[in-house]
Design a protein around this ligand. Structure first.
Ligand code: ADQ
Length: 489
């Protein structure tokens, strides 16, 4: 197998993630159309060029019939994707339930569901059983496609039970697990009823990775406090078996963004946007519409800024692009209505017949439109309440080499640890502070913007997605070799 440039791939990599990087839409009994879907992991792995990567995951649709499954498997194979078929009940219990209702909020410090304690406890158990069952289904597909020498890289909180399932089947398999969300303080993690089982399973992997050193430290503390294992500078040790635990901060394929800015359709978009917003400073938010992204808090901070700075009212516009996710979950529906209500109120309050201060779009933008928006932005607002890393902040910086705009960044995003020196860091819960930082950003001198931008641009272009994946996979290989040497001694 060869790469596009004709050189051979270094190794086969099985990337196992809950979702395949495509959305599948059924067009007929045996025909499907596929579309690449937006998301952090997809973006990062687009930059991985040295490995012959195959994806294993759920296609996001229920396909109960054999004809449909066969046709979809065939269509996906062309994109090097291998489907795991999950039925509606499993998706409900495992994905909507255990993953999105329990692990996601808990890992972002939003706690466990509060409603009816008893009902939660009962449904918790069935959801955890479904979680384990689904993880075993992923393992079965991996086992079917695994070839000796492959590296298996499991991703995210959906698949914490997978390393154990894989190692039970084949102890020689090289298994890595990476978490894209924060790993919370052990005090938060210990509230999870299945806390020990999940930790033990993750520890079955050879290498466990997180975006930041803090998340890795929280994980090691959870293993020492909850399981009584030993934390060492290299990871977690129990009865002579070491699981390596380390930080591998993700990056983006910065070249892809920089090159895109030269393309005619992007230039065209840039020209249109400049005309459209001429005479106004552009502020930008790009997020999935999720409670962790702090969208209502961001918009309220913008309102406070307008309230306190009448001079800026007709000279600034906030473009908030929010891709809807998990639209069938009532809490997410509530969030959408809440955001619409706040935007409507502020536009009514500060808008005129010809202009409004906030343009809010509930949708995904294509890559070219997104690059153009990043390029014309004066101030980007990333105000996540918690975020594993946040790639939007990286993408913005990559597209700003001409303009040198300002990044306002939540101190609770992993990216604060890498882009903190160039960004204005804020506590997103403190609306007064965010409003003041908007003012600081809009009034910042060109010299200071240049200095801050250079710092971040250097980081974003030198810590890429490709390097992230290569470092993780090489370290996984070395870890396995070391372990073999240790056992043979
Ligand atoms: P996400 O929560 O999805 O990822 P983020 O890292 O910001 O968050 O990545 C979002 C991606 O989706 C970006 O590439 C962005 O361009 C794209 N996107 C978002 N809104 C869009 C829109 N309206 N139109 C088009 N594209 C849009 C999870 C974790 C993060 C972590 C990543 C990677 O929650 O903390 O950084 O995985 O590990």
């Amino acid at each position: 197998c060869e790469r596009q440039d004709g050189r051979p791939f270094r190794q086969r990599l099985l990337v196992v993630a809950n979702r395949l990087p495509v959305s599948a839409v059924r067009r007929g009994e045996d025909s499907w159309s596929l579309e690449i879907s937006a998301g952090g992991l997809v973006t990062a792995l687009l930059g991985v060029k040295e490995f012959e990567a195959r994806w294993i995951g759920w296609a996001g649709v229920n396909v109960p019939d054999e004809i449909g499954q066969k046709a979809l498997t065939k269509a996906l194979a062309e994109k090097r994707c291998i489907p795991v078929f999950l039925d509606e009940e499993i998706v409900h219990q495992y994905y909507n339930g255990y993953c999105n209702n329990i692990l996601w909020p808990l890992f972002h410090y939003l706690g466990l569901p509060q409603e009816d304690r008893l009902a939660t406890t009962r449904s918790f158990q069935s959801q955890f059983a479904a979680y384990k069952k689904a993880n075993q289904m992923f393992a079965d597909v991996v086992n079917m496609h695994y070839e000796e020498g492959d590296v298996v890289w499991c991703h995210d909180y959906h698949l914490m039970y997978l390393p154990e399932c894989l190692k039970k089947h084949n102890t020689n398999m090289k298994v890595g697990w990476f978490l894209h969300t924060p790993f919370p303080s052990s005090e938060i993690h210990r509230t999870l009823p299945s806390r020990s089982e999940l930790l033990r399973s993750v520890l079955a992997a050879d290498l466990v990775g997180f975006h930041t050193y803090d998340y890795a430290r929280h994980f090691v503390s959870a293993c020492t406090r909850i399981l009584g294992f030993e934390g060492t500078p290299e990871g977690v040790e129990d009865q002579g078996r070491l699981t390596r635990v380390a930080a591998f901060p993700i990056g983006i394929d910065s070249e892809r963004f920089i090159r895109a800015l030269e393309l005619p359709p992007v230039q065209e978009h840039i020209k249109d946007l400049k005309e459209r917003f001429s005479g106004r400073k552009v502020m930008l938010g790009v997020d999935r519409l999720d409670m962790i992204k702090g969208i209502p808090q961001k918009i309220l901070a913008f309102e406070k800024f307008l309230e306190e700075n009448p001079y800026w009212r007709d000279k600034v516009v906030l473009l908030q692009i929010a891709v809807p996710t998990r639209t069938d979950v009532p809490e997410y529906q509530k969030l959408t209505s809440q955001v619409h209500e706040i935007v409507g109120r502020i536009n009514g309050r500060f808008g005129s017949l010809t202009a409004v201060p906030i343009h809010h779009l509930d949708r995904s933008l294509d890559f070219h439109a997104l690059c153009a928006l990043y390029a014309v932005t004066d101030v980007a607002l990333v105000t996540s309440l918690r975020d594993g890393m946040n790639l939007v902040s990286y993408e913005f910086v990559a597209c700003q080499d001409a303009k040198k705009g300002v990044l306002i960044l939540s101190e609770f995003a992993g990216a604060a640890q890498s882009l903190g020196a160039g960004a204005i860091l804020v506590n997103p819960w403190n609306i007064t502070e965010v409003a003041a930082s908007i003012s600081q950003a809009l009034n910042m001198s060109a010299e200071e913007r240049e200095k801050r931008h250079q710092h971040n641009f250097h980081h974003v272009t030198s810590h890429t997605a490709q390097e992230w994946a290569e470092t993780f996979v090489s370290e996984l290989n070395d870890t396995v070799v070391e372990a073999k040497l240790r056992t043979s001694k």
